[in-house]
Design a protein around this ligand. Structure first.
Ligand SMILES: Cc1cc2nc3c(=O)[nH]c(=O)nc-3n(C[C@H](O)[C@H](O)[C@H](O)COP(=O)(O)OP(=O)(O)OC[C@H]3O[C@@H](n4cnc5c(N)ncnc54)[C@H](O)[C@@H]3O)c2cc1C
Length: 304
């Protein structure tokens, strides 16, 4: 069985930063990523809150730069998917379809995926008008009308991005005030192409071969109506990609991993970083910070 000092699961900003620090510490580390390195950054059009980059940087470029930076210092990145993890004394056994890897320290950075609304028509019309990624699917809606569901930073950013293509973006939000950061909320309110549908919630996505309308409830008086749109984008939070851990480490009620200030989980030598953790701010900069802390703490753990 392959043996390593450290295995890092996931190649988003948390994993790539952990990998950079581990490589510079000269640890025998490997990063396992099931897709392309970059994680959610790859589904982000422009990032304008990465410190030091005053000109907004594309999510694709930032991913590429982080990957190259870590590899420059010798990090090995492999394309594979971790299916399960077992504990054997102080060793951790990482199960993958390409074989098992034994390691002493482990950093979990599997990130998070978009939360589904769970309304009728959502599953059936996903990929046929229902989408969770404006960057990926926005260009399909040139001069069309689309709905965007949510009121946080991601919903605001994505609604603004969609105005590059769509002639009208309806932002459906269940409250009467956006939760998005001030500067994003201001831009939404100033954009003529965006109409916010306050205190309303989607009940169903409707259409035969593709989205034709969204059934909407006005929460103040419970009345309902159909909003005709050709596309519907859902941005209502994320769920952690922690199912494969099968309860290995302590998690909160939603499956986010609980860590201490060293990013260590309830299992000694198992650390977690980024969006998979229970925390209040899920961003690239906090994921990178968690990754650096986790790699530093893993190094200490290995030395002890
Ligand atoms: C549309 C959108 C726009 C955003 N805009 C911004 C922004 O402008 N600024 C900002 O700071 N943040 C933004 N964010 C949030 C930011 O992208 C995330 O907080 C950040 O990417 C989290 O990093 P992470 O490394 O924890 O996880 P992720 O980026 O989710 O990466 C996790 C990686 O782990 C891999 N993985 C998962 N499970 C396994 C497994 N079992 N085996 C192997 N690999 C696995 C995944 O394929 C993925 O590549 C945005 C997010 C979205 C969705």
């Amino acid at each position: 069985m392959e043996a390593r000092e450290l295995v890092i699961v996931g190649g988003g900003p948390a994993g790539l930063t952990a990998g950079l620090y581990a490589a510079r510490a000269r640890l025998d580390a490997v990063l396992i990523e099931r897709l392309s390195p970059g994680g959610q950054m790859l589904t982000t059009d422009m990032v304008e809150n990465w410190p030091g980059d005053l000109e907004a940087v594309s999510g694709f470029d930032l991913s590429d730069r982080m990957r190259k930076h870590a590899q420059h210092f010798g990090l090995e990145i492999v394309n594979n998917e971790v299916s399960a993890i077992a504990i054997d004394g102080e060793h951790k056994i990482i199960n993958t379809p390409k074989g098992d890897i034994r390691c002493k320290a482990l950093i979990l950075c599997p990130g998070a995926s978009p939360r589904k609304l769970g309304v009728p028509g959502e599953a059936e019309l996903t990929g046929k008008g229902v989408s969770y990624c404006g960057t990926c699917d926005g260009p399909f809606y040139r001069e069309q009308e689309v709905a965007c569901v949510g009121g946080g930073d991601t919903a605001a950013e994505e609604a603004l991005f969609l105005t590059k293509f769509a002639k009208k973006v309806f932002l459906i939000h269940r409250r009467d005030q956006l939760r998005a950061t001030g500067i994003l909320a201001e831009r939404v309110m100033q954009n003529d192409k965006i109409e916010v549908l306050w205190s309303q919630a989607p009940l169903a996505f409707q259409g035969e071969k593709g989205v034709e309308s969204v059934r909407i409830r006005r929460l103040k008086d419970n009345s309902e109506y159909d909003l005709a749109v050709q596309g519907a984008f859902v941005f209502v939070g994320t769920v952690p990609n922690t199912q494969f851990l099968d309860g290995l480490v302590e998690m909160d009620g939603q499956g986010f991993i609980i860590t201490d200030k060293k990013q260590e989980t309830s299992l000694p030598g198992v650390f977690a970083a980024g969006d998979c953790c229970a925390k209040i701010l899920r961003q690239i900069v906090t994921a990178a910070g968690d990754g650096a802390t986790a790699a530093f703490a893993a190094q200490r753990y290995l030395e002890e």
